[in-house]
Design a protein around this ligand. Structure first.
Ligand code: NAI
Ligand code: SF4
Length: 442
């Protein structure tokens, strides 16, 4: 049984409410941090824990916190990125919906560490009911004296607001989120400067994912060293995984990092194997932005090592860098799934969500969608597969924000591992048309 530190209390009746959450030991990390620690000591514990960003990039959280300029005299901010929109990812919603005070507690402890007096939770527009849950939790925390002026008589003040987006995926990119919070169109900014130097209203700002911030209370209540003992290597702690697709038990799971993919997929404690009793065909291990793995690379790496649920182990070998654990959106496909159709579906999404600022992304994502559409609909040409390869290679690395890479990687991986399926679509268009899933032309 994996260790649980985020979802251990999720089934306690009434845990959504302040009274029950507090009775179960909630807000202890705020008390400990404010009464017995300095802000720098809190940062040090998070550094020691090895906690890495749970939104997708896996950047060390303590290191990000230590980049904050505390000497400039400018106000500082903590912004929680709750704009969860990566296809296949729904774990932050689960946390916020069922144990909202864990996030509020993490926000207060983390804001104290950063010396932030004004912090925000930016939540995606489609999560309106969760927005209301958070608003209520913030009001309860404030009424109980955990927010506002002079918290616990310490002289530390904190205002916390929850802000609702308007339905744009790009606002999950941290600088687009900041633009949106400032009341502007959510266009990503060029980095550097990173938000830690110049973020919200040009003030030093840390942007962290919901799950990252919700991990902080456990670290402070126990210790950074204790957290670092959970997990494996540089993948410390636990991770929430949103599992979907052709498995018996889809849902949100908290796993200890380092669990084998085989155990996660096949044991009854987790996904329980394939729902269909059909062969496993492919896996997208970390949300739509990360490369698809073919069946022969799911349980073993190309070097023959066991594939593990870690930041390091889930790459398909096609890219030198990048966290392929991504946002933890684990999508499983059996042999009835069409990789071309799936790749087209992802491409359509990225084209729709591109903000349009840079040419390779704005134009390239449109071309990826168009060419994939014609292959999927039996109108593909032999040269289209190389054309797709060429388009994606011209997007990757040539854009302001990672949406461009996110659009190109799934196409590259699909061609790399399933080229024969693209060729089949081109060579046998009449068989493709007969599958009765013709899709509207872009
Ligand atoms: P990134 O690697 O550019 O940055 C990671 C974090 O580290 C950022 O907060 C950045 O400001 C900070 N950072 C990096 N170098 C720094 C430096 N030298 N000084 C100060 N701060 C520094 O990645 P990014 O753009 O934050 O995230 C991309 C990831 O987001 C993708 O891997 C994708 O999986 C994921 N994603 C997740 C979504 C979700 O719904 N959870 C949606 C879309 C993408
Ligand atoms: Fe906008 Fe795409 Fe450029 Fe990102 S990569 S800034 S989404 S056009």
């Amino acid at each position: 049984m994996s260790k649980k530190i985020l979802l251990d209390k999720i089934n306690v009746p009434g845990i959504k409410t302040y009274e029950v959450y507090r009775k179960e030991g909630g807000y202890a990390s705020v008390e400990k941090a404010i009464k017995a620690m300095t802000p720098d000591e809190v940062v040090e514990e998070v550094k020691k824990s090895g906690l890495r960003g749970r939104g997708g990039a896996g950047f060390p959280a303590g290191m990000k916190w230590s980049f904050i300029d505390k000497k400039s005299g400018k106000p500082r901010h903590l912004v929680c990125n709750a704009d969860e929109s990566e296809p296949g990812t729904f774990k932050d919603r689960y946390l916020m919906e069922f144990i909202p005070h864990l996030l509020i507690e993490g926000m207060i402890t983390s804001s104290f560490a950063l010396g932030a007096n004004l912090s925000y939770i930016y939540i995606r527009g489609e999560y309106m009911w969760v927005f209301k849950i958070l608003e209520r939790a913030i009001a309860e925390a404030k009424a109980a004296g955990w927010l506002g002026k002079n918290i616990l008589g310490s002289g530390y003040d904190l205002e916390l607001h929850v802000h609702c987006g308007a339905g744009a995926y790009i606002c999950g990119e941290e600088t687009a989120l900041i633009e949106s919070l400032e009341g502007k169109r959510g266009n990503p900014r060029i980095k550097p400067p990173f938000p830690a130097v110049s973020g919200l209203w040009a003030n030093p700002t840390v942007v962290n994912n919901v799950e990252t911030i919700a991990s902080v209370p456990w670290i402070i209540n126990n210790s950074g060293d204790d957290y670092a003992k959970i997990g494996i290597g540089r993948s410390t702690g636990t991770k929430l995984i949103s599992a979907s697709g052709h498995v018996k038990n889809p849902g949100v799971y908290e796993i200890e990092l380092g669990l084998s993919v085989d155990e996660f997929m096949n044991s009854d404690e987790y996904l329980g194997g394939m729902s269909s009793n059909r062969p496993l065909k492919a896996l997208v291990p970390g949300g739509s932005s990360v490369p698809i793995l073919p069946a022969n690379l799911i349980f073993k790496t190309a070097n023959g090592e066991d594939r593990l649920m870690t930041y390091e182990s889930l790459s398909d070998g096609g890219f030198a860098t990048g966290s392929m654990l991504g946002s933890g959106g684990f999508i499983v496909y059996d042999d009835t799934a069409c990789v071309v159709r799936n790749t087209w579906n992802f491409a359509r999404f990225y084209h729709h969500e591109s903000c349009g600022q840079c040419t390779p992304c704005r134009e390239g994502t449109g071309w990826l969608e168009k060419v994939l559409w014609r292959i999927e609909n039996g109108q593909g040409r032999e040269e289209d597969i190389d054309l797709l390869w060429s388009i994606q290679s011209k997007i990757e690395g040539n854009t302001i924000c990672p949406l461009g890479d996110a659009a190109s990687w799934p196409v590259a991986a699909a061609i790399r591992h399933f080229r024969e399926e693209f060729e089949y679509h081109v060579r046998f268009p009449e068989r493709i048309k007969n599958r009765n899933h013709f899709v509207a032309e872009p």
